[in-house]
Design a protein around this ligand. Structure first.
Ligand code: NAD
Length: 299
């Protein structure tokens, strides 16, 4: 297979000063993309700020012969998100690829989670992905091409103790991604999400130390790069990726139980097994698809 290249493409990668985002930026740049390396430069909880991490990644890209510019703005503010996209326009004249990757953790059991801890995590992951995509959207639409890769998480898709804030944001990104896929379809914009697992500062005390090597960030980035490539025709999908494995994650619906003359609570109890049946399942592509079995049953 011929090498997949990004010559002539401009990519924005948020949170690219460390971990996964850094690897995404290095890889896209090594394959010819011009890259905006965004990073606020705070700690794992989002406290503090520094232009150092983004600049270090830019220096590395330039040393390797690539093109990149640093941006230290906050994805969670309107001004920050607009400045990130403006950095791409000013330096490279356009934007083609948006990788929403920036993230923080404020883990706490639900009993102890404060509204501030909830809001802070939603702001970076969910609002930040919205704001940066929003700032880029009209440019992607006008040029009839765009690739957006959002960063979800298995913790959001399946739930995880101590992460009500993070899981809410990460599952929210699934609905966000699917909606952008619908709205971007006629403008050549493909939006997808990844649910990665990798050894980074975010996870180094959560994952078994033995797995550090096997869970390298380089085992996530190839999927992100593929989803960002013009060859990729998938849109509205979510893929789990890490440690050398990639799998599509689906939002599926079971066959259900229908009683079109109405039912009472005892009927629900009596039919609980069929209501919970998983086979045969369907994977609706949109809300219309999801309504079809009901409409057919009512006809
Ligand atoms: P990381 O901490 O190494 O990287 C996150 C980066 O985002 C940091 O460089 C940080 O400075 C930056 N950042 C944080 N807030 C920002 C803001 N407001 N504006 C701009 N930049 C900001 O962690 P990572 O593991 O590389 O995480 C990258 C993404 O992958 C995150 O969205 C994370 O939730 C997601 N994720 C990671 C894993 C994993 O196993 N590592 C699993 C699931 C999801």
């Amino acid at each position: 297979m011929s090498e997949l290249r990004y010559d002539g493409r401009v990519a924005v990668v948020t949170g690219a000063g460390h971990g996964l985002g850094r690897q995404h930026a290095l890889e896209l740049a090594a394959r010819g993309a011009k890259v905006v390396v965004n990073d606020l430069g705070g700690d794992r909880t989002g406290s503090g700020a520094s232009s150092g991490p983004a600049q270090q990644v830019v220096d590395e890209i330039v040393k390797n012969g690539g093109e990149a510019v640093a941006n230290p703005d906050n994805v969670a503010t309107v001004e920050g998100a607009e400045a990130i996209v403006r950095t791409a326009l000013d330096a490279f004249g356009k934007v083609d690829i948006v990788v929403n990757n920036a993230g923080i953790l404020r883990d706490k059991s639900f009993k102890n989670m404060t509204p501030e801890e909830f809001d802070a995590v939603i702001a970076v992951h969910l609002r930040g992905s919205f704001l940066v995509s929003s700032a880029a959207w009209s440019h992607l639409r006008d040029q009839g091409f765009g690739r957006i890769v959002n960063t979800s998480s298995p913790a959001g898709l399946f739930g995880n103790f101590g992460q009500a804030n993070y899981a809410t944001a990460k599952m929210g990104l699934v609905g966000f991604t699917k909606t952008l896929a619908h709205e971007g379809a006629k403008y050549g914009i493909k939006a997808n999400a990844i649910a990665p697992v990798a050894w980074t500062r975010m996870t180094e005390d959560l994952l078994p130390a033995d797995f550090a090597g096997a869970l390298g960030v380089d085992r996530v980035t190839p999927l992100v790069a593929y989803l960002a490539h013009e060859d990729n025709q998938a849109s509205g999908e979510v893929y789990t990726v890490g440690g050398g494995r990639i799998a599509r994650i689906i939002v599926a619906e079971g066959p259900g139980w229908v009683q079109k003359d109405g039912f009472d609570v005892e009927d629900v109890a009596a039919n609980w097994e069929q209501i919970n049946a998983q086979d045969p399942f369907t994977v609706p592509g949109n809300v219309g698809d999801q309504m079809l079995p009901l409409i057919q049953a009512l006809q």
